[in-house]
Design a binder for this molecule. Structure first.
Ligand code: LLP
Length: 423
């Protein structure tokens, strides 16, 4: 079978629909997602985990479009959320609250309240202060909160420093030497019920050793807790599996899960994972139109209509994303040059790619690959730019998953000063 995102006859296709057709109908910049690729990635997790008690909680922050949550909810996914907004998105998309885990270092009492009332499965607690607050909020509304404590195993996940989360200098999790004490406190709190143990060491992980090292630490903690009479029902290892953007060599989903299951061999404990990027990352592209070409003695700039507000990863992490022409010029009518692909935003950090060899001319369409995760979900209205449209392709069906933002969307909720009297 053809790959769902590929050039056929020199034209870029998403499943059975050409990217150029989508650009014509919906304009640019536009995110396009392949339903088949999202399902394929999720099913890879589901299949390999079928033999083990488990829950796959898709990390909503990677891409929170309702249509995508809907696809995953229908496949039986759980969800990892980090805010009330994400909770409400999941519920709106038909996600099962009993399969929701709530992560994050700064859950507000109002968010805890909302999640408790929705009867979510578990809170991943990150500090003593949060645990005692959760107990108080639960008590007020007569609920019991199920918790797992997020451990900071102090391992180096060897990824970009901004997305490494399991080192002791990071704000995340509880230092391992304080974990047992916190469980003992949790066991004494009347409105807390201990469910599991949790960690998430970082994102875009390619090397599994730091994760394996973390699993060992968690298993040791589970043993110590067991001796103290605290039995856990699950171990949550977070998300983080990397994808191929350029020449990275992450393990496949099956190998990643098999390595985890190997470590858990003989343990009668439910496994939770929270994958985000590996489910949607390579299922999405961002298409953009070349507005102007500007060649100088020093650099060639292709100014496109997508910018850092649409796709922040290059600006924020210096991330490398593949950029390809939507229509390949096989006959080399346009000579290839080395281009900096930049957006219209007034910052020199506004780039999508540097020094790319491409044959392009004005009004050509380009596709930015690997844009399905942390693309739209990190986009903003900077420079008062309406956010891009999002389109989901399912075979030859095209579904507008989110309208392009209009000016009225942009100013929604803003208020002019009251009019002066007599003026
Ligand atoms: N669980 C927790 C607690 C997380 O913090 C994250 C991601 C995930 C799961 C999902 O990780 P994934 O499977 O997607 O790697 N904006 C960055 C990535 C930030 C990741 C934050 N946490 C980027 O564009 O690379």
């Amino acid at each position: 079978m053809n790959h769902p995102i590929e050039h056929r006859d020199n034209e870029l296709y998403i499943e059975s629909v050409s990217a150029a057709e989508i650009a014509k109908e919906f304009g640019t910049p536009t995110y396009i997602y392949s339903k088949a690729l999202i399902e394929k990635a999720f099913l890879s997790y589901q299949n390999i985990l079928a033999s083990h008690q488990s829950l796959i909680c898709y990390a909503v922050k990677a891409n929170s479009n309702l249509a995508i949550l809907d696809i995953l909810a229908r496949l039986g996914a759980g969800f990892d959320i980090v805010s009330e907004g994400e909770l409400k998105r999941v519920l709106t998309a038909g996600g099962d609250p009993k399969k929701i885990v709530f992560s994050g270092v700064g859950k507000k009492p109002s968010e805890m309240n909302c999640a408790l009332k929705s009867d979510i499965y578990c809170f991943n607690v990150e500090s003593e202060a949060e645990l005692t607050m959760l107990n108080e909020v639960s008590k007020k509304i007569g609920k019991t909160a199920s918790v797992s404590i997020r451990v900071n195993p102090d391992v180096n996940p060897t990824t970009h420093p901004y997305i490494a989360t399991g080192m002791r200098k990071n704000k995340f999790g509880v230092p391992k030497n304080e974990v047992i004490k916190l469980y003992e406190l949790a066991s004494r709190l009347p409105n807390i019920s201990i469910q599991g143990i949790d960690c998430h060491i970082g994102s875009q992980l390619v090397d599994l050793n730091p994760l394996i090292e973390s699993i060992h630490q968690l298993l040791e903690l589970i043993d110590v807790l067991q001796v103290k009479g605290i039995t856990l029902e699950h171990i949550n290892l977070g998300g983080g599996l990397g994808i191929i953007y350029r020449n990275e060599k992450p393990p496949s989903i099956a190998d990643y899960v098999s390595s985890i299951l190997n470590e858990l061999d003989g343990q009668n404990i439910k496994l939770i994972i929270e994958p985000g990027r590996s489910i949607v990352g390579n299922a999405g592209i961002l298409i953009t139109e070349v507005q102007y070409l500007k060649t100088t003695s020093h650099r060639n700039f292709a100014i496109v209509d997508a910018a850092m507000n649409d796709m922040l990863r290059p600006a924020l992490y210096d991330a490398w994303l593949e950029i390809l022409p939507v229509r390949l010029d096989r006959r080399n009518k346009t000579k290839a040059k080395t281009w900096d692909i930049v957006g219209p935003v007034c910052e020199s950090g506004d780039f999508l790619g540097h020094q790319r060899d491409l044959s392009i001319k004005q009004n050509d369409l380009l596709a930015i690959l690997g844009a399905g995760a942390y693309g739209f979900s990190m986009s903003s209205n900077y420079n008062s730019r309406g956010r891009a449209a999002e389109v989901l392709v399912d075979s030859n069906n095209v579904h507008l998953a989110r309208n392009r933002e209009s000016f009225s969307d942009l100013i929604l909720g803003e208020n002019l000063l009251p009019k002066k009297e007599n003026s």
